[in-house]
Design a protein around this ligand. Structure first.
Ligand code: ATP
Length: 342
């Protein structure tokens, strides 16, 4: 897991005036599920296309398995790409679609039939192998697109928002499937998404992109619990950010700090707190029941808006006694505050 398979060193890419990727350094390890996460236009797809060889770098170097591939054509790189729109051939059966890449590589007929059947089996679709693409559901087409890439046994599979076209429920099912297939095949996945929950759910590590730069690379837990920048803190989940000035007054911190909504408790105004805790008083302006949780919005006396999430599994009297208009003490442990270094 710890051996770098794909390395980008000082990679930049400009399209005319637009600096799509700026001085990027990142390493993806063998067998890793690595996600590139960021808002639209932040450069994720461009990085994927640079690794695939569909774009050439303006500066920098890309290596895969210790070979410099910076100048190589796409088909000379040990990678395959799965696109959001599947790109299946409509007039070919599922079996033929999956065999296609092997055919262009001149793999003998019997071998390619066997390997394609195995790949189709690995995505649990043997029963539809003779159908045409339009006779499959969106999720099935997505799995076939995956089988078609897996059959070529690439060292690295590049996936550009492959679940973007699926509805929520199917998307969640496919997230679990995709992760399972990746683990079983042992192939390195580099996965582009703008959906933070999807990235956190599937990835070993996540690179968070903003305006052509990577702001942080880490495990889902690291980027959520210890964001290095304000952008990362607010892009992943809900954040309660205190400016350095307010943080100085409240906690004696000289840096901006963040506290996540689920780490804040609500107590009646005037409650005693311990030396390990911070308490801020304010008024509840909204209490929204959202099934598993209740989300409180609180106007603090310093003028800041706090978001607080409490599980509805807690004792009902802890939750239900607070409603909109109540004045409360929002309390959290000092140890749960994350300092934002940059
Ligand atoms: P999305 O999630 O919307 O796909 P992204 O993070 O993948 O966004 P990119 O597609 O990599 O972002 O685009 C990064 C920047 O580069 C954007 O400003 C985009 O407009 C620009 N860009 C990408 N491809 C080209 C191109 N072929 N010509 C000109 N500009 C481009």
């Amino acid at each position: 897991m710890s051996q770098p398979l794909v390395s980008l060193t000082g990679v930049s890419k400009s399209f005319g005036e637009v600096d799509a990727v700026v001085d990027l350094n990142l390493q993806v390890n063998a067998g890793e599920f690595f996600s590139m996460l960021g808002p639209s236009g932040s450069g994720k797809t461009t990085v994927l296309r640079l690794i695939a060889g569909f774009e050439t770098v303006s500066a920098g170097k890309i290596t895969i398995a210790d070979s410099d591939v910076t100048e190589l054509a796409p088909f000379d790189r040990p990678v395959n790409t799965v696109f959001q729109d599947y790109a299946l051939f409509p007039h070919m059966s599922i079996q033929e679609n999956v065999e296609y890449g092997l055919r262009t590589r001149k793999v003998p007929k019997a071998t390619r039939a066997k390997q394609a059947a195995e790949a189709i089996d690995s995505v649990k679709l043997a029963h539809v192998a003779t159908r045409l693409p339009h006779q499959l559901s969106g999720g099935q087409r997505q799995r076939i697109a995956l089988a078609r890439a897996l059959v070529l046994r690439p060292k690295v599979l590049l996936l550009d928002e492959p679940l973007g076209a699926l509805d929520k429920q199917l998307r969640e099912e496919m997230q679990v499937e995709l992760k399972k297939i990746q683990r079983e095949a042992g192939i390195t996945f580099i996965f582009v998404t703008h959906d933070q929950e999807e990235a956190m759910r599937m990835s070993d590590r996540i690179a968070v992109f903003n305006e052509g730069r990577v702001e942080q690379i880490g495990t889902p837990e690291q980027v959520y619990e210890a964001p290095k920048t304000k952008f990362v803190a607010s892009f992943l989940g809900v954040s309660n950010l205190f400016s350095a000035q307010i943080a100085q007054q409240l906690f004696g911190s000289s840096k901006m700090v963040n506290i996540r909504p689920e780490k804040i408790r609500l107590l009646p105004i005037g409650s005693k707190i311990t030396a390990d805790e911070v308490g801020v008083s304010g008024e509840i302006i909204e209490a929204a029941y959202v099934g598993a949780n209740t989300i409180f919005s609180i106007n603090t006396e310093s003028g800041m808006r706090l978001s607080v999430t409490r599980s509805n599994q807690e004792l009902p009297d802890q939750i239900n006694r607070f409603k909109s208009g109540d004045r409360v003490l929002a309390v959290w442990l000092k140890s749960q505050i994350a300092t934002i270094p940059n």
